[in-house]
Design a binder for this molecule. Structure first.
Ligand SMILES: NC(=O)c1ccc[n+]([C@@H]2O[C@H](COP(=O)([O-])OP(=O)(O)OC[C@H]3O[C@@H](n4cnc5c(N)ncnc54)[C@H](OP(=O)(O)O)[C@@H]3O)[C@@H](O)[C@H]2O)c1
Length: 297
């Protein structure tokens, strides 16, 4: 039986696919539009989550043993501008995935975010009550509820500040900063936002581990180090052999953004560490080694 992966071209979904395929698992990749970045040999199905019932029908037709639901509307400012689209993709499509799993008995692992917390007093454990602010955050939290309520066998994997060094991967804070630093250009970074940066490939590793474990409920699957954005950028500069003085600390208040950004939203990863092993949520230093290797590949 196959595993169905949504968000096949995304930062996390592409790594979940690659890891499952490398392990010999039969995979069905679901993505928006024509096949992109999905290796030949993996079955690819086009699904537009603006029509969520298509995902439920795909699950019924392919009868997978599991659905790993990585697709989401992840541009937080675009979500703020278009709550209807954000609700459709982040809530209704997750509901469709959950109902498809309910229909067929498939296990569901749904990806979610540190943004379910308000960022007033992180780091947060899985037992802390969410208090999402902004459209992206609220739709992701509602998606969590849909998944957990409707799919009888479900785990939610929360990740944070995802980055990838893979050529062709979506541009992120880390990849943009790396490009700038290597050109000797300044990088502005928030000194007052504290996060748990997560290498996409490590998020995929934890998500697959969570699926295989059979555990249910909410799990924090983020990187193992808690840092400010400035410390993140400086660690990246050191790893690249660039001048860390190129990192310019600024407060979050210096940038006007449409959607609210939580300030202290780091995730406690003790639970997933106990489940999968002490070195599985990568510490920042090890994650950046892997990031640099990905860029060189
Ligand atoms: N990126 C982060 O920093 C971050 C942080 C915390 C949590 N998360 C969560 O982690 C999960 C994985 O996100 P990611 O980091 O892999 O983000 P990503 O790279 O933006 O991937 C999201 C995927 O969803 C797909 N998608 C969006 N709208 C769609 C639609 N209407 N129909 C079909 N597919 C659609 C995208 O397709 P296209 O490739 O066509 O755009 C993309 O492949 C999501 O649940 C996200 O909320 C991400």
């Amino acid at each position: 039986m196959s595993v169905l992966v949504t968000g096949a071209s995304g930062l996390v979904g592409s790594r979940v696919l690659a890891r499952l395929a490398a392990a010999g698992q039969k995979v069905v990749a679901a993505g928006r539009g024509p096949r992109r970045a999905v290796p030949a040999g993996i079955e690819y199905v086009e699904v537009d989550l603006l029509r969520p019932e298509g995902l439920r029908a795909l699950i019924a037709a392919s009868a997978p043993r599991a659905v790993i639901h990585c697709a989401a509307m992840t541009d937080v400012d675009a979500c703020e501008a278009d709550p209807v689209q954000a609700w459709t993709v982040n809530v209704r499509a997750t509901e469709a995935a959950a109902l498809g799993c309910r229909d067929t008995g498939a296990r569901l692992v749904a990806l979610s975010t540190d943004y379910v917390f308000d960022g007033e007093r992180g780091p947060y454990s899985e037992d802390d009550p969410p208090n999402p602010r902004g459209v992206y955050a609220r739709t992701k939290r509602a998606g969590e509820e849909a998944a957990l309520l409707l799919a009888p066998d479900c785990a939610v994997a929360r990740v944070a500040v995802v980055y990838s060094g893979r050529p062709g991967a979506k541009r992120t804070f880390a990849s943009a900063a790396a490009d700038q630093l290597l050109l000797g250009k300044q990088v502005r970074a928030f000194h007052d936002q504290v996060v748990s940066p997560t290498l996409a490939d490590n998020a995929a590793e934890m998500t697959i581990g969570l699926w295989r474990s059979g555990q249910r409920g909410v799990w924090h699957c983020a990187g193992g180090s808690i840092v400010s954005r400035v410390d993140f950028a400086r660690a990246l500069a050191r790893k690249l052999g660039a001048d860390e003085r190129l990192v310019v600390p600024i407060p979050m208040s210096a940038v006007k953004l449409a959607a609210p950004r939580p300030a202290r939203c780091a995730l406690d990863v003790g639970r997933i560490r106990r489940l999968l092993g002490p070195s599985v949520p990568l510490e920042l230093d090890a994650a950046l080694d892997r990031f640099v290797a990905e860029r060189a590949a």
